[in-house]
Design a protein around this ligand. Structure first.
Ligand code: IMP
Length: 353
């Protein structure tokens, strides 16, 4: 047993210091990211990916994300035939993205997805710092060298480096942070997303400085991103993309029907390790590490993304940043007390009580 005394930080433990700005209009702010791999270059106007969850991303969501300049990853909690069919509905082909596992039928699933012009594969397992993950990455890189490989989830710099050496192009970071997640309660394990980004960025720096000629994987902050402030903090801390579940849940393009509950429109948002999601997917359940819930209906994905990105641009302007690279260069994070965090929320309502 070892004790690492270094504290772990969550989004709400830090705040960005406003910086001197010369930006006259927010419209000029560039939020684009390019993914370079092999001889390819995938361009994104916004650094947002929708999560491969059964109540978040199927074909409609993928198309909505792509049309706004982001990416949607079709979930794997379905039959191979159904997932391949969904992928076939995704409009432009360079951005066809889908998830697979690292055991069972994953090779067969991958082979069918590739027949439907898969470009980006996400090896989607809860504990990505695992030998099965390394083996799956190595298999894909050797058999399908044209694919962009997203691996994860991991929560430490060591894990990031292992997946980098195995050949991942991008790594999803954080364990146990998701809005629908009970992993930390059930297993005692996890690391907050903000800390995982910092640690993986540090590992990326070391990996690059170590002189090996392997490229350093992109970092996708995933789990617990609950508002656009957290999106800005993730990008300022060094993440290349944010992956969103709850913030996109309840939108028109998510799978599932709109239901009326107490006169309000709602949709389902289920953790993939919740009893409900597991029963829907495989008819049985074990090791429950998530919850299932209803969320308010939010309207179209484009409306939600526009709101998020408008706030992200505003955030970049507070850091005097024209680009995401400048945001990282200019960002100064301060630790904040609980009272500072409380003060950051509207407090007029409490006074009238
Ligand atoms: P959110 O954006 O905070 O809602 O988190 C979404 C992320 O939580 C997903 O992208 C997954 O990484 C993770 N996740 C999804 N389902 C579960 C679950 O049932 N338990 C734990 N984590 C989950």
């Amino acid at each position: 047993m070892r004790i690492n005394n270094k504290e772990v930080l969550s989004f709400d433990d830090v705040i960005l210091e406003p910086q001197y700005s010369e930006l006259v209009t927010r419209k000029s702010i560039d939020t684009s990211v390019n993914l370079n791999y092999s001889d390819k270059n995938l361009e994104f106007k916004i650094p947002i990916i929708s999560s491969p969850m059964s109540t978040v991303t199927e074909a409609h969501m993928s198309n909505a994300m792509i049309s706004q300049g982001g990416l949607g990853i079709i979930h794997r909690y379905n039959t191979i035939e159904f997932q391949s069919k969904l992928l076939g509905y995704v409009n432009h082909r360079d951005y066809r993205a889908a998830a697979i596992g690292a055991t069972g039928d994953y090779k067969e699933r991958l082979s069918e997805l590739v027949k439907n012009d898969l470009s980006v594969v996400c090896i989607d397992i809860a504990h990505g710092d695992h030998i099965l993950m390394e083996k799956a990455i190595e298999f894909i890189r050797s058999q399908y060298p044209h694919l962009f490989v997203i691996a994860g989830n991991v929560a430490t710099g060591h894990a990031y480096k292992r997946l980098a050496l195995a050949g991942a192009h991008a790594v999803r970071t954080s364990v146990g942070s998701g809005s629908i997640c009970t992993t930390r309660i059930q297993t005692g394990h996890g690391i907050p997303t903000f800390q995982a980004i910092l640690d993986c960025c540090e590992a990326r720096k070391e990996h690059l400085e170590s002189g090996n000629d392997l490229s350093a994987p992109y970092i996708i902050a995933d789990g617990g991103i609950k508002n656009s402030g957290d999106v800005v903090k993730s990008l300022a801390a060094g993440a290349d993309f944010v992956m969103l579940g709850s913030m996109l849940s309840g939108t028109r393009e998510t799978p599932g029907k709109v239901i009326i509950q107490d006169g309000k429109k709602v949709k389902r948002y289920n953790g993939m390790a919740s009893k409900t999601a597991q029963k829907n997917w495989k008819g049985t359940y074990n090791s429950i590490e998530g919850v299932a819930s209803y969320v308010s209906y939010k309207g179209t994905t484009s409306k939600v993304l526009n709101e998020i990105m408008s706030n992200v641009r505003s955030g970049m302007s507070y850091s005097g940043a024209n680009t995401l690279k400048e945001l990282i260069d200019n960002a100064v994070f301060r630790r904040q007390t609980t009272s500072s965090h409380v003060e950051g929320n509207p407090h007029i309502f409490n006074r009238n009580k």
